[in-house]
Write a protein that binds this ligand. Sequence first.
Ligand code: NAD
Length: 480
Amino acid sequence: MKLQNYINGQLVEPISQNYIDNVNPATGEVYSYIPDSDERDVEKAVQAAKNAFKLWSRKSAQERSQILLNIADLIEKNLDRLALAETNDNGKPLKLSKKVDIPRAVENFRFFATAILHFASESHHQPHFLNYTTRSPLGVVGCISPWNLPLYLFTWKIAPALAAGNCVVAKPSEVTPMTAYLLSELCIQAGLPAGVLNVVHGYGNKVGSAITAHSDIKAISFTGGTKTGQEIARVAAPMFKKLSLELGGKNATLVFADCNLERTINETVTASFANQGQICLCGSRIFVERSIYDVFVEKFVERTKKLVVTDPLDEKANLGAVVSKPHYEKILSYIQLAEQEGGKILCGGTTKPIVNERCKKGYFVYPTIIIGLNAYCRTNQEEIFGPVVTIQPFDNEEEAIEYANSTQYGLAGSIWTENLTRAHRVAHAIESGILWVNCWLVRDLRTPFGGMKQSGIGREGGWEALRFFTEPKNICIQLS
Ligand code: NAD
């Protein structure tokens, strides 16, 4: 199967006529081909988006909302097909795609399709003057997304951009392009006018960089690695583009002796290994108060060993394949590094899980737990982004906070304690954009989402996203 770009309302071949192999990571087999597009395809997409902007930006919020709701309905109707496509592309368990990834894509469209109906701007009164602020769409915007939650994160950007009246040139990850392609088909069915959304497939250093550098693209909303974010900022900042950068993380899980231990074990195992540990919000560094360290480690290992690593199509799978061969090799190299740094592997490691005949060439990694490392070694400082966690003891709250804040990242974290005062105190002290207390990955789409330090700039979600995708203008009128 050959995927196509979606430009000016049409599904089209890349101008180069070249394609990239698309591999199913659970089988290691090439199963489709991705357009190897370049700056010429991006140029066509930008021209289409510029033309479409005149019409789309003048539509009423209700009209735009209705079309986005149609898209949401079509994603929902095609849930099974999209979930299977996501799993074949990414390696994640099918039940996860069905329960989380695709439903969230539906929610993203519904949330922003309705949010725009309530999006209001401010006015400020002075004795003889009235200020009112308008918020207009920016024009053509670029949305670039990663492979870990493909349709979920792609739509998390596109939906607010379109709702606010912008036209979009979007690039999904070349590692997981399939559901973005299927979305293009659904957008045509939903009656999205030609050129409003354009999807250009291909490599980051061709398509992504052409989007970033294009002078008619007014803003870039990017989710991906910190290094890529730096490169995008380097090119876009001198052009004064608006930038929203959602980057890497190395999230801390802080477990205090006064936590509800059973519940903490249950939830922190999920927070460590969900989606093969490939969620930017997964807790990869666990710090446990020394008095419960041994019992925590024992129970955590026991629970982790019950997780089933198998064919993602199997209902029993808790973990499927990791996303690609290079990523598989990167994860294994970090497990080896942890051993070199003096870490002791309590379960998992570099031994390849035997899955089944279909998956014998797939990229599977056992959930891996490492102890015996200090908080400052490379294993504990660099993002691995796989099913690998480390566990370290701490002696007091100050030490726990210091460890949590010791990396260059500041995306998310979780705190486990029954002491409410401590929960607030520690949450305030941690340098992260998102913190959960006695829970993990509970999402309310109205809340600001994003990181500090090297985890990015800007926030997504709710009004933050709609403000990002609009330009405020203040008009001051003399009243008397
Ligand atoms: P990546 O940075 O390699 O790629 C992300 C996207 O950027 C892809 O579409 C890629 O093709 C494109 N790209 C690559 N080079 C580019 C360039 N020079 N110019 C423009 N675009 C370019 O990241 P990845 O490996 O796909 O994703 C994993 C990373 O994403 C991890 O670091 C993870 O923490 C991060 N992530 C962050 C969040 C968040 O919300 N903060 C969410 C999910 C993933």
